[in-house]
Design a protein around this ligand. Structure first.
Ligand code: HEC
Ligand code: HEC
Length: 542
């Protein structure tokens, strides 16, 4: 699969779509991205080590929107509540339930002893490589564990040891997972490969025993560990899927800045946790496409006490009430939202309203939730419109994630009105952000349409100007089919306009012989050449 070029004249470039590879990867890195993506989507077989207990047989079946992104499947954690302290019941197969097995006899159940069960939705950070490349020290700057500034928002780093690091090395700032329990993509991949699929690997070489039973494990597991072995090029599965995830691009944001709703977002304190912008480390050990880049994930990657959102589960050093601030990039495509999927279904505005309200009344999100409740209807709509720009593709004016004839007609209307401000819907079609929607923007539209597989070559009247451009320039397209409504194929020999070339037209031509009145070939006279054109187009037009 190749992407069309996304560069426009004047240095303007289309933003990658969610799920696309980073811009600026080398050819070899792009190849690793696509190869890793294939692994990510390919189910493991029992012979290659799947199970004996697992939740799925490949990564994509949970991380489906887009491939590598979030999904609507939740996993279950269980344990016991020991006087307010969570204990994971490891001896009974906790805390993660594997709900499937390659054999009925080895299937896990939630043990009767469990007093805590919690659902965790499949999350996604996209651009995992970018997030991984944020320096620990930058994350630590925003931490305020004792709330020294008294704003009701603390936030602390979840320091963890990556599976691939020696215990002698310093801890790293965790940033992946609902509780920031993991610091690197490779560690998460090893963890998921073993815990979600039952594939033992170089970093976790032992199997998860069904409900903790060594006897059941011995009865059901026939493949030697580690099951993830290097391929011909020396790379293991966990390394291959790590490349794919690290090379995912950041999702688009359109318009990329300047919306009134972001001012509201900051004014009511959402940005105290959902920190907009980060710069990745400028390290030579990083690929150039990942090095020293600015990203806008809208997270501080810190743990916060979220009060009533508590799931009762301790994860590493993160306690029962704490969650990592999730990234908000690509939010508009997320359904359901929140760790437990509480904000699901309905319109986007309904989901974000539910998610924001769930930040209060207790915990560190209480202030922001209360301030949200005080907003005027206008401010609330501005805030929601801003949140809806997170993940919006350029030119998707109607927001349905397809660049099509509906967006084209909206572009045509914007050609007349211009894009007065980033809040105007027309700003979605003003790629170079100069306030007018003109041919430069329309060229970008055509690139975006081609990228989405839309055929833009249609030219119904054969005049060399494609239909999309004619519609942009004002040709009506009321039925929104991307073909101008009044387009009739050229039929010049139909001199009386009744859509048929017949004896009536022949008579008109003969009557005008020698004058320009029935000239068909543009030589300013009516002659034998015109007669032959008329005869050769005899019959119905079209
Ligand atoms: C059964 C569903 C399921 C499968 C299969 C699955 N995941 Fe996940 N994934 C999840 C859930 C649920 C989370 C959130 C986990 C948490 O925070 O405890 C998650 C989180 C992640 C994250 C962290 C995202 C973030 O930034 O917070 C990464 C990375 C990840 N998974 C990689 C993988 C890889 C690689 C595979 C395949 C080897 C995989 N997952 C298979 C459900 C799944
Ligand atoms: C104290 C830190 C904090 C503040 C302030 C805060 N959030 Fe959050 N936000 C979080 C955490 C932590 C979660 C995850 C909670 C969960 O899933 O249980 C979250 C979840 C969300 C989600 C759901 C995202 C998803 O992927 O599931 C949205 C939307 C959101 N916040 C928007 C906002 C908005 C808008 C504001 C301002 C009104 C705000 N947040 C203020 C920390 C914060």
């Amino acid at each position: 699969m190749m992407l069309a070029s996304t560069a426009l004249a004047g240095g303007v470039e289309l933003q990658p779509k969610a799920g696309d590879p980073l811009v600026g990867l080398s050819k070899q890195e792009v190849a690793l991205f696509w190869a890793g993506r294939l692994d990510y989507a390919t189910p493991f077989a029992v012979e290659s080590g799947l199970g004996p207990v697992m939740n799925k047989s490949n990564c994509q079946s949970c991380h489906s929107n887009p491939v590598g992104g979030w999904g609507s499947i939740a996993v279950t954690r269980f344990g016991i509540d020991n006087k307010g302290e969570f204990s994971p019941l490891e001896e009974l197969g906790g805390s993660l339930l594997q709900s499937l097995s390659i054999s009925d006899s080895c299937r896990e159940i939630i043990p009767l002893e469990a007093t805590v069960t919690a659902a965790r939705m499949t999350n996604s950070s996209m651009a995992y490589g970018m997030i991984e490349a944020i320096p620990d020290a930058s994350i630590a700057v925003n931490a305020d564990p004792t709330d020294a500034n008294g704003d009701g928002v603390s936030g602390r780093v979840h320091w963890v040891l990556p599976l691939e690091s020696s215990p002698a090395t310093p801890l790293r700032a965790g940033r992946f997972g609902w509780k920031a329990q993991i610091a690197t993509v490779l560690s998460f991949s090893a963890d998921a490969t073993r815990n979600e699929m039952g594939i033992t690997n170089a970093l976790i070489p032992t199997e998860s025993a069904p409900n903790g039973s060594a006897a059941l494990l011995a009865a059901c597991d026939a493949v030697a560990d580690p099951e993830d072995v290097p391929d011909a090029s020396g790379m293991t599965f966990i390394e291959r899927v790590t490349r794919f995830q690290r090379y995912l691009a950041q999702p688009p944001q359109t318009p990329s800045s300047g919306m009134s709703g972001e001012v509201v977002f900051n004014a009511i304190g959402c940005n105290k946790c959902h920190v907009a912008q980060w710069t990745t480390a400028n390290l030579l050990s990083l690929e150039p496409a990942l090095r020293n880049k600015t990203i806008r994930p809208y997270s501080d990657f810190l743990l916060h006490d979220m009060g009533l959102l508590a799931d009762g589960v301790q994860d590493g050093d993160a306690n029962e009430q704490e969650f990592r601030t999730p990234t908000l990039w690509n939010l508009r495509t997320r359904d359901p939202m929140l760790h437990n999927g509480l904000a699901s279904g309905g319109e986007f505005a309904d989901r974000v309203t539910t998610a924001i309200n769930a930040h209060g009344p207790f915990g560190e999100g209480a202030g922001a939730a209360a301030a949200f409740a005080e907003l005027s209807v206008t401010q609330r709509n501005q805030l929601i419109a801003f949140l809806d720009s997170l993940g919006r593709e350029e030119y998707d004016l109607d927001g349905n994630r397809l660049i099509d004839a509906v967006d084209l007609s909206a572009m045509a209307a914007c050609r007349l009105t211009g894009a007065s401000s980033p809040d105007s819907n027309c700003a979605i079609g003003d790629i170079n952000r100069d306030g007018v929607v003109n041919t430069i923007d329309m060229n970008g539209f055509l690139l975006a349409a081609v990228r989405d597989g839309v055929d833009i070559t249609g030219d119904c009247d054969g005049d060399g100007i494609v239909d999309f451009v004619e519609i942009f320039n004002g040709a009506p397209d009321a039925d929104l089919n991307g073909i101008p409504d009044n387009c009739a194929p050229a039929c010049p020999a139909d001199l009386n306009g009744d859509q048929v070339v017949n004896a009536a037209d022949l008579a008109t031509l003969m009557n005008n012989w020698g004058t320009p009145a029935a000239d068909l070939n543009g030589d300013a006279t009516t002659s034998a050449a015109d007669l032959s054109i008329l005869l050769s187009s005899w019959g119905n037009c079209g």
